[in-house]
Write a protein that binds this ligand. Structure first.
Ligand code: ATP
Ligand code: LTN
Length: 334
């Protein structure tokens, strides 16, 4: 069976950017592509490339798993698991590091950005992060990897590494293709609409988290940066603020941009923002209700156990096969 795989970091609460750009797309895909086996995991090993408090990390891992299911991921269709519970991920990262070059990792823009922002020492883990990510992917031979635009460069590196290892060790990996959602692929910050809405932004006003209460959701939209022109018009180049809000509106409701423009013609931002606040709240309400049921439930643990067991089954096989091809250990008796 062909496969699809993606991961998400438990570095903070999920915001509507990640939800609209990644999670929602995933929920759609699981229904649109019934011929594929889905793997989705919580990338906790990725989260520790920058130091995290133990309690914070534990809480976020569980929260993320519950949120995924609350957002509509169907455990019958998707293997949901926690990365560190499948040891092959760390093993594969090492094997791929021995097939990657310092120069190509130095070119990764996310590494350049994140290492620049780092006040204390930059860890080797932050540097080798893309090889861990390549390993996450190549272990499962997925045909497609749904990601946001910001992960495209990492995915290209994974493809390069796969091709290199294939040439060296006789076609062991499927070369994965990115699957990038057309609109909604990038939701920007509410306080700086030229940069991505991110969970690691220090400014809380820059985002709406999936578990935010109604009053916060509406407050954040009300205070979102727009411009002084005052008319609702989609023009991402020249008017990033209002266009970003319209993108959120469009991705949730499926209403085309032109129809949104005509709906608010002659009205100011106030009406538009009030409606958008309500639209977001209505979208998040059922998710929050389901989350409350799941967070401390046995149901959630059972889902994660099942996902872990299936992932281990596939990943262990691949690691053993690669070890063999490289010539590590003793030759396996088949
Ligand atoms: P950080 O900002 O801390 O690096 P993040 O907010 O980008 O994290 P991730 O866990 O790295 O979140 O991303 C999970 C997935 O969601 C990725 O595929 C990413 O591309 C996508 N994604 C994250 N933020 C957005 C956004 N604002 N718009 C669209 N997609 C997003
Ligand atoms: N690096 C990604 C998360 C991630 C991932 C993956 C995505 C880790 N491993 C494998 C797709 C496939 C991020 O920061 N969004």
């Amino acid at each position: 069976m062909k496969r699809i795989l993606s991961g998400i970091q438990p570095t903070g609460s999920i915001n509507i950017g990640t939800y609209l750009g990644s999670v929602k797309n995933f929920v759609k895909l699981q229904d649109q592509m019934p011929d594929y086996e889905f793997f989705i995991f919580i990338a906790d090993l990725h989260a520790i490339t920058v130091h995290k408090d133990k309690q914070f990390l534990r809480t976020k891992i569980k929260e993320l798993a519950a949120l995924y299911v609350a957002c509509g991921l169907d455990p019958e269709k998707v293997n949901l698991f926690i990365q560190s519970e499948v040891p092959a991920h760390s093993q594969m990262a090492y094997l791929l590091q021995c097939n990657s070059y310092i120069g190509e990792l130095e070119r990764m823009t996310q590494y350049k950005d994140k290492s620049r922002k780092q006040e204390t020492g930059v860890t080797v883990g932050l540097f080798t992060y893309p090889t861990l990510m390549a390993g996450d992917i190549l272990l499962y031979d997925p045909e497609y990897v749904p990601v946001g635009k910001d992960q495209k460069q990492h995915l290209e590196l994974a493809r390069d590494i796969a091709t290199r290892v294939n040439n060296k060790y006789n076609d062991i990996f499927t070369v994965p293709k990115p699957l990038i959602a057309e609109v909604g692929a990038k939701i920007n910050s509410l306080s700086d609409p030229t940069s991505k809405m991110s969970k690691s932004d220090d400014n809380e006003k820059s985002r709406i988290n999936l578990l935010d209460p109604e009053n916060i959701i509406k407050k954040r939209i009300k205070s979102a940066i727009t411009d002084s022109l005052g008319n609702v018009k989609y023009d991402p180049e020249n008017r990033p603020g209002i266009s970003n809000l319209m993108t959120i509106y469009h991705v949730i409701t499926n209403i085309p941009f032109e129809s949104i423009e005509s709906k608010y013609e002659g009205l100011g931002y106030k009406e538009f923002k009030e409606d958008l606040g309500e639209i977001i709240y209505q979208e998040l309400k059922p998710i929050q209700e389901r989350y409350a049921e799941l967070i401390n439930s046995k149901e959630l643990d059972d889902i994660l156990d099942k996902g872990r067991d299936r992932a281990n089954q596939v990943a262990y096989k691949k690691i053993m096969k690669l070890n063999d091809r490289i010539g590590l250990g003793r030759k396996r008796r088949k």
